[in-house]
Design a binder for this molecule. Structure first.
Ligand code: PAF
Length: 281
């Protein structure tokens, strides 16, 4: 695996793949790799001759300095995992490579960034859109793969890519879960044993939601049932239950008549966890 710390290194590597007639799938990460990331890479591998990964803990998408400082990071372990996965090249830049001194350009989806989780985490989706636009522009891959777990992030990236006419296909990949249903996330490593056990309430409440939709229910009753279920877990501090139209994230009400997305966030100790599910009536 070729490790590229500089823009010129990764650009020339990918240019050489393209010159050889090969296609390139990209998986952007903030490191602390887990099965969820490796699943994205396997999807990229199925579709493309070459798979390129990026590891960059993006400071502009963290609201609180403490959250950034606690973000788990172990490049040596991640590099071993990527090698074992057969990844062709890794872009591993320092902060000043992505954000050069004097940097002043941001990318923002002006609607999608401010709704739902964007209200709880001001500036987060602007940071994501800005870094992903830069990574796309640096790498110039053919396609990129993102987990559906970060549902709003996926919609922000789709909209940003479309609006800026960036020539890359965006693929959403279903959430990978632990055996008990907890969505895989690098943040799970920061949960104490009790919070780790309690965090399963998120996926369990989505299972309840799926049953209720199958039985026929309203958005209001669904929201109330999910809130009650999560609040029944004393270690969970519920942050948001958002039920919206899938893809547009527009508000919905009344009987469930179209595909919806349920987006949950709750804190366990100081760790904010997200989960989501698309459900069709
Ligand atoms: O989902 C992530 O890991 C990050 O938000 C991303 C897309 C790599 C941007 O920093």
């Amino acid at each position: 695996m070729k490790i590229c710390p500089k823009v010129e290194d990764i650009r020339s590597t990918i240019r050489a793949y393209h010159a050889a007639g090969e296609t390139v799938g990209l998986v952007t990460t903030m490191g602390a790799l887990h099965e969820g990331h490796l699943t994205l890479m396997r999807h990229a591998r199925e579709d493309h001759d070459r798979v390129v990964a990026t590891i960059f803990v993006n400071p502009t998408q963290f609201g609180e300095v403490a959250d950034l400082a606690h973000y788990p990071s172990d490049d040596a372990r991640d590099i071993d995992l990527l090698r074992a996965e057969g990844i062709d090249a890794l872009f591993l830049p320092e902060v000043q490579v992505i954000y050069p001194p004097g940097d002043e350009t941001i990318v923002e989806t002006t609607q999608l960034a401010h709704m739902l989780h964007g209200k709880v985490r001001p500036g987060h989706f602007r940071g994501v859109a800005t870094v992903v636009a830069r990574l796309f522009n640096i790498c110039q891959a053919d396609a990129a793969y993102f987990g559906e777990k970060d549902y709003q992030q996926l919609q922000v990236i789709r909209r940003m890519t479309r609006d800026l006419h960036i020539p890359i296909e965006i693929h959403g990949v279903p959430t990978v879960r632990e055996a008990d249903g907890l969505a895989m996330s690098s943040r799970n490593q920061r949960l104490c044993a009790e919070d780790r056990a309690a965090a399963v309430i998120l996926s369990q409440s989505l299972d309840t939601a799926e049953t209720l939709v199958a039985q026929g229910t309203t958005i209001e009753a669904l929201g109330a049932a999910i809130r009650t279920r999560i609040k029944s877990e004393p270690r969970a501090t519920l942050r948001a239950v958002d039920i919206v139209a899938a893809e547009t994230l527009a508000p919905v009400s009344g009987p469930v008549t179209e595909k919806i997305a349920i987006m949950l966030s709750a804190e366990f100790g100081s760790v904010l966890l997200l989960d989501q599910r698309e459900i069709s009536p």
